[in-house]
Design a protein around this ligand. Structure first.
Ligand code: ATP
Length: 473
């Protein structure tokens, strides 16, 4: 079972401290969200799982953390200043603003070449539109204390993707780490896009976090390696416990491809299961693009154009690669798997959501999160909170577990309520300490998914839990 819709997750997330509407006491800030105590743990666990899988467990990977604000030339030569825009239309009747391509998609018109004149405004039902116009999605800012707001020499952007920070560091990483291609550079960080129509909770926001990797290969090997990454990434979501029924590949048709891409395959998740039209239930979780040699060439002081003029007069470096073995110099092709932290969090929350009826006939929500992602791994619960020996033992057990796993202590309700609370936030195990524990030095370990209970010696508890949680050290 998975969540029936995003709304179910929005209310669970707010009720249980995963995600709150941002700036709520001032009326909020359109589609901005703050991650609460459980949300920040979940995000961190997603990022750690990605980093371990992408960087630590491979032999051909390095990581970096580049600046959010880069030299403006980066965005000039990457093409973002010119082309990173969405088509915008306004309803002349009610002044509502929409992304023309998304609107067309929603009403089932072809994305390109659609006749928007026929489309009714979703807000007022009229058909009186402005002409579509390009709206650049990059957030602008200015650098320096003396800068005037419209001073073009001080203009800078908040990065709309982390990828460019990798391209401009390609040679730094390759030479300092003495890497030979094929190898990759991974980065996790915030990106910013002034989205025309953000929404659907954390699915589309103006500030979000990306997990991107650029894999540098010899031209000619790009198509094979691209396909390998497509399959490898799909499997990663499955290892996180996401059901393959809710995942699919989406081959981008030629008219959707970005200007730099030779081929792009997206991994879709069924974010909108409540929609009647099956096709509209899916949306992008991750994109895996073959970016060719576009970016490394674009940032290089070479190549020259037909008249011998340098195409990029601002760069001081040539980002080509010299192959020692074959004595060839060339621009590597780049395969880019790019995923959103927030969309991954939304997908794993939706997929983990389940409801179960207990023996009293009450409906319980259980979040069957993969143990690696669960914000809290174990809750230690005393059965009698006014018995100092039991409370003392429970607290000391919690303390002994906390160096190796996120553990909490809770005595603020009856045991049924405490179990229900932990089930709802996805805690894989509860440990209860009772009168018997004082005599046999054992506790009860309860499994979130089966509700089965097992008696375990306190001395063996940490090892027992580590093994069941899959914690390797
Ligand atoms: P979309 O078509 O949904 O706008 P995109 O194709 O522009 O997304 P990419 O540029 O491929 O997205 O970015 C890679 C990943 O970053 C996406 O698959 C998604 O998970 C995440 N992402 C992109 N834009 C946003 C956003 N506004 N809010 C949250 N996550 C985002």
């Amino acid at each position: 079972m998975a969540a029936p819709n995003i709304e179910t997750i929005v209310s669970l997330a707010k009720r249980r401290g995963f995600v709150f509407p941002s700036s709520e006491i001032y009326g909020g800030l359109g589609s901005a969200w703050d991650y609460g105590p459980l949300g920040v743990e979940l995000c961190n666990n997603v990022k750690q799982a990605w980093w371990r899988w992408m960087v630590h467990e491979r032999d051909d990977m390095e990581g970096i953390d580049s600046s959010i604000i880069l030299n403006r030339s980066v965005w000039k030569y990457s093409g973002h200043e010119e082309t990173f825009s969405d088509p915008l239309i306004d309803c002349k009747e009610c002044n509502s603003r929409f992304r023309a391509d998304k609107l067309a998609e929603e009403v089932g018109e072809p994305v390109s070449g659609f006749d928007f004149i026929k489309i009714k405004c979703p807000s007022c039902g009229k058909t009186n539109w402005t002409e579509p116009r390009a709206f650049n999605l990059m957030f602008r800012t200015t650098i320096g204390a003396a800068a005037e707001e419209d001073d073009p020499t001080a203009l800078a952007y908040l990065r709309p993707e982390t990828a460019q920070g990798i391209f401009i560091n390609f040679l730094n990483v390759q030479t300092t780490m003495r890497r030979k291609i094929p190898f990759g550079i991974a980065q996790i960080g915030k990106s910013f896009r002034n989205e025309v129509t953000p929404g659907n909770f954390i699915f589309r926001t103006r500030e979000f976090e990306q997990m991107e990797m650029e894999y540098f290969v010899r031209p000619g090997e790009d198509e094979r390696v691209h396909q390998e990454w497509i399959d490898y990434c799909f499997d990663w979501f499955k290892t996180l416990g996401v059901s393959s029924e809710n995942l699919r590949f989406y081959e981008q048709p030629a008219e959707e491809l970005a200007h730099y891409a030779k081929r792009t395959v997206d991994i879709h998740y069924r974010f909108f299961p409540e929609r009647e039209d099956e096709e509209r239930q899916w949306d992008e979780l991750m994109g895996i693009a073959n970016r060719t040699d576009f970016d490394l060439k674009a940032h290089s002081k070479k190549p020259e154009d037909a008249e011998g003029k340098r195409i990029n007069p601002d760069s001081t470096e040539d980002l080509s690669y010299f192959d020692e073995a074959t004595k060839e110099r060339f621009y590597p092709y780049v395969i880019e798997p790019a995923a959103g932290v927030n969309r991954t969090v939304l997908a794993v929350l939706m997929d983990a959501y389940s409801e179960q009826v207990n023996d009293k006939g009450e409906k319980r929500v259980i979040l069957k999160l993969h143990p690696e992602l669960a914000p809290i791994k174990v809750a230690v619960l005393p059965l009698a909170k006014n018995k100092p020996e039991i409370v003392g033992l429970a607290r000391s057990i919690k303390k002994s577990l906390q160096p190796s796993m996120r553990a909490v202590y809770d005595d603020t309700g009856g045991i049924g309520k405490l179990y229900a609370r932990q089930d709802e936030i996805g805690t894989p195990f509860c440990v209860t300490v009772d009168h018997q524990s004082l005599e046999d030095e054992a506790v009860t370990v309860r499994d979130r998914d089966t509700w089965e209970q097992e008696r375990v010696k306190v001395a063996e508890l940490a090892e027992h839990l580590k093994q069941r949680l899959g914690i390797k050290f």
